[in-house]
Every structure is written in structure tokens, then in C-alpha cells.
Design a protein around this ligand. Structure first.
Ligand code: UTP
Length: 223
């Protein structure tokens, strides 16, 4: 399978880079590649992005400039994963999704351009490379019918249609450093291109493995 993994900065590096996690993730990705899967990864900015975006904003930066700062953070985290993957990764950090389909080794990237998050980069990458599966690995166990942070009775949905996903996330207004389980632009790309997607708790690596092998991943299937 051709797999795009959208890995939240919140699990890779929040508050600081999580070395055992990054090592474990690299091992899993190498294992998947050895099994014959093609693996591409987009890494989020996590705490580093949030802190630096907030600081840039406090210093009077425009929203687009704040986004550029956030992109820098995603790329720093992506570089850590490249370090852990060693010879198995494409060495140079990719700055856009063009030509990604040609990569033979594990391709790792961060953000690309302002006004979106790495979720949108992942969805674009999945679309561009005709990926079989997009795995959104985040720090919640899937898509909820309302925001679980503010609605204690919010329920996790084991399956949503792409349309439902778009509706559920489109109430969130986009702002540099903001959080929604999947960003609205990513949801629209998933819907338009019918990308097979799973949203799951990526803090447990076995969930990512299960999503690829067709096992129980405890997340939400979009489709
Ligand atoms: P993230 O993709 O990490 O967003 O990008 P996030 O919502 O904070 O996700 P988690 O917590 O890592 O899962 C961090 C910030 O970088 C900018 C945005 O400001 C975003 O909020 N960014 C990222 C862009 O402007 N463009 C990109 O392509 C990626």
C-alpha cells in the first residue's frame, strides 16, 4: 500500500521532542517499508509551533508571518524524524508535495505554505501520490460529534462520511497555531478526492500499525 501518515506535533514533540516515541515511530515506518509498503510522513509542529507562533504574534507579526514561523517548527520536528530514520529516509527535507511519488525511501516533510496546517499537506500529498490510505495520527482517539474539550458528553464516531467530517470541522475558524482534529481544508481535500482516511490516537504506535494491517485501531474511519 501507499500510505501517508499525518503525525501530530502534539505527539512527537510536546512539550519537548519525545525521543523514545520518535525512535519507536522510525522503527515502525522502517518495518512497514520492509513489508513492501510505500511510506510518506508529514510531521506537525506541536508545542514548538504554538510557542513560537504566540511569540511572533506578541511581537506584532502578521498572521501569514506567524504561519511561516509555524512551518519552521514543523520542519524542525520533521528533521528529527529524518535523523531517526537514518539511511531509510530521503535525506533532504521536502518543501512541497511535487514529485513526492517518485521517492523510493521514506519521505518526510513538514508544512509547505501559510493558511493551512500539516493536515492539509498530508491530504494534498495523499491526493498527489494516489495514496491508498491516509492515517491522521493525533492525540485524541478519533472524530467526535462535538468538541470533547468543551462538551463532556461528546461521543466518538467510529465512522463518518467525508461530508460529515467537513461539516464537523468547518465551524472552526482558521488561525495560525489553532487546533481541530483535522483542519477544514484537509477535510475538503479528503472529501473531493475520496481519500481513504483513518483518524486515530497516534500516541499508541500499535494503532497506526493496526490501521495499515486492517486491524482494530480504535479511531474513526472516514469513508
Ligand atoms: P501543525 O500542522 O502542527 O498544526 O502546524 P497544529 O494544528 O498545531 O497541529 P499539531 O498540534 O501539530 O497536531 C503548526 C502551525 O504551522 C503553520 C500554521 O500556523 C499551523 O497552525 N503551518 C503549518 C502553515 O502555515 N502551513 C503548513 O503547511 C503547515
Amino acid at each position: 500500500m501507499k500510505i501517508v501518515l499525518d503525525i501530530g506535533g502534539s505527539i512527537v514533540a510536546s512539550p519537548a521532542p519525545n525521543v523514545p516515541y520518535i525512535k519507536g515511530l522510525a522503527e515502525l515506518l522502517i518495518e512497514l517499508q520492509r513489508e513492501g509498503h510505500r511510506v510518506m510522513v508529514v510531521v506537525g509542529g506541536g508545542r514548538l509551533a504554538r510557542d513560537y507562533v504566540a511569540t511572533a504574534r506578541e511581537l506584532g507579526a502578521s498572521e501569514d508571518y506567524c504561519d511561516e514561523v509555524g512551518i519552521g517548527a514543523t520542519r524542525m520536528n520533521a528533521m528529527l524524524l529524518i535523523a531517526a530514520l537514518g539511511e531509510h529516509a530521503v535525506k533532504a527535507l521536502r518543501k512541497n508535495t511535487l514529485g513526492a511519488a517518485k521517492a523510493k525511501k521514506i519521505l518526510v516533510m513538514g508544512g509547505t505554505k501559510p493558511r493551512q496546517t500539516t493536515d492539509a499537506v498530508s491530504a494534498q500529498l495523499a491526493w498527489r501520490t494516489h495514496a491508498d490510505l491516509l492515517v491522521v495520527a493525533t492525540n485524541v482517539d478519533g472524530v467526535y460529534d462535538s468538541d470533547p474539550k468543551t462538551h463532556p458528553k461528546a461521543k466518538r464516531l467510529p465512522r463518518v462520511t467525508p461530508r460529515q467530517l467537513v461539516k464537523l470541522v468547518s465551524t472552526k475558524e482558521y488561525r495560525a497555531g489553532s487546533t481541530a482534529v483535522v483542519d477544514p481544508l484537509a477535510a475538503r481535500i479528503i472529501e473531493r478526492n475520496r481519500i481513504r482516511t483513518v483518524v486515530l490516537d497516534g500516541r499508541r504506535l500499535e494503532n497506526i500499525r493496526a490501521a495499515v494491517s486492517g486491524g482494530e485501531h480504535g479511531g474513526t474511519v472516514v469513508g
